[in-house]
Design a protein around this ligand. Structure first.
Ligand SMILES: NC(=O)c1ccc[n+]([C@@H]2O[C@H](COP(=O)([O-])OP(=O)(O)OC[C@H]3O[C@@H](n4cnc5c(N)ncnc54)[C@H](OP(=O)(O)O)[C@@H]3O)[C@@H](O)[C@H]2O)c1
Length: 294
């Protein structure tokens, strides 16, 4: 199978580039080899690659900056996925696209299911919702996998930021009123690869029969505060931490350009029922990640 993977330098794309290898030829690209703000760049890349499967792990993910660059966020997250879906359909290929818990407003109070009505409260969420709509409207062979609170130890993520703050500050103030499901980028990549492997030589038909929206995130949920506490607890190099106190704070204590949903945990039962896969719970995964990388 020939797979076109977009976003190969990102948290998820980097992991996918490795996990997808056994499935066939992987053409992995990122900006500037492809520019998702440019319809021409998208068309030329897809035509040149002639993929049987497109996996779009690229996105404009800077939630705060999106407020001041709404056009770019909308081009990358809203319009480009629809063009990829059209191109995939024209070639008889399938598309796997990732979306976010931030399509919801965070007011439900229990984990979101796929049939809950999105109501994004910031530019990033609105742009990702537009991407979902544009992919589903093309109605080719597609999966939209909504995930949440993605982290890895490569580059900058909440976990790497907490680890570095712990070496610089004696007291940390972390928000306790945002609840979500932390998801290790590698687990997400492995689950994507496993669902494709299950389709064997009939991947496009396999996806077509199961097309639609799925929630796929680490099991369970937590606050950013408890996520930070667990990060420091499982940090294998505790001796270099200087943090002595972690104090709970409110989102309102840290004014940012962006409002974030306060509760955005995802219920992943539909993915489990369809693909017989569930990501392990967020805390044992975090422990493994920190342990494993020692
Ligand atoms: N991170 C999270 O907490 C989170 C939560 C929920 C859902 N998601 C979704 O999960 C997916 C993967 O997220 P991630 O955290 O792996 O993202 P990421 O690390 O930010 O990677 C995104 C990649 O897309 C590339 N990109 C941005 N603009 C582009 C453009 N115009 N043309 C081509 N490539 C471009 C980025 O390149 P540059 O680095 O050069 O900009 C980067 O390599 C995305 O769909 C995201 O919306 C993420």
């Amino acid at each position: 199978m020939r797979i076109l993977l977009l976003g190969k330098h990102g948290q998820l794309g980097w992991e996918l580039h490795r996990t997808l290898q056994p499935l066939g030829e992987v053409i992995a690209l990122d900006y500037p080899e492809i520019d998702l703000t440019s319809p021409d760049s998208i068309r030329v890349t897809v035509l040149k690659s002639q993929p049987e499967l497109i996996i779009n792990a690229a996105a404009y993910t800077d939630v705060d900056r999106a407020e001041s660059e709404p056009e770019i966020a909308m081009a990358v997250n809203g319009l480009a996925p629809g063009l990829l879906a059209e191109q995939a359909k024209a070639l008889g290929a399938a598309l796997i696209h990732y979306s976010t818990d931030y399509v919801f407003d965070g007011k439900k109070g229990s984990p979101y299911v796929e049939t809950d009505t999105p109501n994004p409260i910031n530019v990033y969420g609105r742009s990702k919702l537009e991407g979902e709509r544009s992919v589903s409207q093309v109605n080719g062979s597609y999966l939209i996998l909504r995930t949440s609170w993605v982290y890895s130890l490569r580059g900058e993520s909440f976990v790497t930021k907490v680890l570095s703050w712990a070496r610089e500050q004696e007291t940390l103030r972390i928000v306790g009123d945002q609840i979500g499901s932390p998801t290790w980028a590698r687990m997400l990549a492995e689950a994507t690869t496993e669902l494709l492997a299950a389709g064997r030589d009939e991947v496009i038909g396999w996806i077509d029969e199961r097309k639609g929206f799925y929630h796929l995130a680490g099991s369970g949920s937590t606050s950013r505060l408890d996520w930070a506490r667990a990060t420091l607890r499982y940090d294998p190099d505790k001796d270099s931490q200087i943090t002595r106190t972690i104090m709970p704070a409110l989102s309102a204590d840290f004014p940012t350009p962006t409002e974030r949903p306060l509760f955005s945990a995802l219920n992943c039962d539909h993915f489990m029922e369809t693909f017989n896969l569930r990501l392990p719970d967020w805390e044992s995964t975090l422990r493994l990640v920190l342990d494993y990388t020692q």
